[in-house]
Design a protein around this ligand. Sequence first.
Ligand SMILES: C[S@@+](CC[C@H](N)C(=O)[O-])C[C@H]1O[C@@H](n2cnc3c(N)ncnc32)[C@H](O)[C@@H]1O
Length: 323
Amino acid sequence: MRVYRINQHWKSLDRYEVMKLKSNSPTRKPEEPDIYRLYTLPISVKTDPITKSKPFLKWAGGKRALIPEIKKEIPNEYNRYFEPFLGGGALFFSHLPLSACLSDINSELIICYQQVKENPQDVIELLRSMEYEKEQYYTIRASTPSDPIEQAARLIYLNHCCWNGLWRVNSQGQFNVPFGKYNKPYKYLKEDIILNASVALNSANAELIHGDFSTITEMINENDFVYFDPPYTVKHSNNSFISYDETRFSWNDQVRLADLAQKLRIDGVHIIISNADIQEIRELYKGFNIRPVKRMSLISGLSKGRGRVNELIISTRDNGYKS
Ligand SMILES: C[S@@+](CC[C@H](N)C(=O)[O-])C[C@H]1O[C@@H](n2cnc3c(N)ncnc32)[C@H](O)[C@@H]1O
């Protein structure tokens, strides 16, 4: 089974032509939900829902600024797309694969994606009742809803109204990032972005899985394409500088990830990894093509504050930078 990228053509096609093309794709499942139902609701969608899709979360460590560089490494042809460190999913929403498996260790994040995919209108409806206001922020932060739609709305609200989009939890797994100060009026709710994201997730038939990156190993086959974007770890600290979840990404995890990537490379899987430009990381990926790039970062753990960070794009594609 082969899936050819048609992204370049999408720009010149209207939404219905894109859908027609995609419905002929061999990856389409007959039971796929009809994504047109999203447009029967009285919520205006101003833009082409597929080609204009972008992350609905402003995730710390998100790679939107690096997308043009990462895209240079994407294989021309592949079967299924995997993104096991999903976060805000910058590459998924920009590249728009035809068939995707998206996963993350953050269970609340995966619930949120599931609800945005399946019940975007209900999530938006709840978000409309949540205001960017300090007292309300702390009330919502302290709440522990059991309904998945409420959980999804809570995560989107907290992510946009907290300090710098950081997702950090305490030892009990409770979100503890303070209120973020943005210029008022701050319109955090972007309905079109959530709806477009929902269309993109349905259109890719996205399978959403909660778990460690190794969980999906058995699902990956030759000629699939995997983008790994792990938290960046400094070897000597044995800790990620940003705690994305209750479990930190240790140096052992970096080694475990590199071992998996090496195995998949030998098995004929297309791989791209983004990581910090440090010698220890370069040594883990011998045999890959390693290209240094610079990116603007809002949260830099290397220097306190903001600035340019040196990163690596590590890939199986021959780009003339073989290590
Ligand atoms: C750098 S962020 C990914 C950012 C994403 N590429 C984007 O553009 O928004 C890293 C993500 O890895 C997840 N993560 C941390 N440890 C993990 C693990 N062991 N397995 C899978 N995901 C993990 C975090 O929850 C976080 O969402």
